[in-house]
Design a protein around this ligand. Structure first.
Ligand SMILES: C[S@@+](CC[C@H](N)C(=O)[O-])C[C@H]1O[C@@H](n2cnc3c(N)ncnc32)[C@H](O)[C@@H]1O
Length: 256
């Protein structure tokens, strides 16, 4: 039976890979790499570096596929993403069927951890449901960008007994921050923290966390937001892409 590993590789630091991931990497015959365009080539480079560094026998194969574009003619965001996942499923299914022999092992290397804002497992579920190619699969956890951010700022994400809300820039509202002690924001292309004007809120922000391009900034949100915006846009200009994550901590939302 074919085997497929979905391996979390951490979010930018090749030393964040786990021993379990290294063992799985060494079992793999074929790596499937999704190419998301030239501006994200740093992300492909990290995957290559991980393979070269941790795999003893370099006889593995790497197959690169171009990521399909989302169809802009589908108005609903969730339907657009679902259609895109289906399209990815067909591409992966074809690759698995064509490139992986019955006794071979393939892998998708997933940025951070596969459980957090990543569609690989959903796409794998679509392939299984289609029933055309058959394989066993195993998920190997990785260090998320949230864990890396907290470690680099030397903070806990929550105060004692508090909750943490993890969301996207699209979903961040002043009301959410007013009612949540700790909000972690990912996938924010628009510096949505600008909408939060509460004087008490603190921000712990990081871009390219864990990598050699890392930028960390923290402090009272109202005092730091401009510095963060400038740093983010300069970094994006310089590198062609940016990935940032931040924690908003609101002490006035705390319940006694
Ligand atoms: C598609 S999600 C993938 C998340 C990933 N699965 C994880 O476990 O962190 C991409 C988002 O993760 C965050 N991210 C990933 N790597 C990062 C890094 N090195 N530094 C800061 N944020 C990062 C950003 O918010 C980015 O928009």
């Amino acid at each position: 039976m074919r085997k497929l590993y979905i391996i979390g590789i951490g979010s930018g630091n090749p030393e964040h890979i786990t021993v379990q991931a290294i063992k799985a990497l060494n079992d793999v015959d074929v790596f499937f790499v999704l190419n998301k365009g030239s501006s994200k080539s740093d992300l492909i480079r990290l995957r290559k570096e991980i393979c070269e560094r941790y795999i003893d026998d370099p006889s593995y194969r790497t197959i690169e596929v171009v990521d399909p574009q989302r169809d802009p003619s589908i108005a609903s965001y969730s339907l657009r993403v679902q259609a895109w996942h289906q399209e990815r499923a067909v591409i992966y299914e074809d690759l698995i069927g064509r490139e992986l022999k019955d006794d071979e092992c393939g892998a998708f290397l997933v940025w951070g951890d596969p459980s957090l804002y990543d569609s690989t497992l959903r796409v794998i579920d679509h392939i299984i449901a289609r029933g055309i190619v058959h394989f066993d699969h195993e998920v190997i956890p990785g260090i998320t960008s949230i864990q890396a951010l907290a470690a680099r700022h030397k903070i806990t994400l929550n105060g004692i007994g508090e909750s943490i809300c993890i969301t996207t820039g699209r979903q961040l509202t002043p009301g959410l921050v007013a009612s949540s002690e700790n909000v972690v924001v990912m996938l924010d292309g628009k510096c949505s923290f600008r909408e939060v004007l509460d004087q008490d809120v603190e921000i712990y922000w990081g871009a390219y966390v864990g990598s050699d391009k890392e930028i960390l900034l923290s402090g009272r949100l109202t005092e730091k937001l401009e510095t963060i915006e400038v740093a983010r846009s300069a970094a994006r200009e310089k590198n062609g892409w940016v990935m940032d994550t931040y924690l908003l901590r609101n002490p006035s939302a705390r319940r006694s």
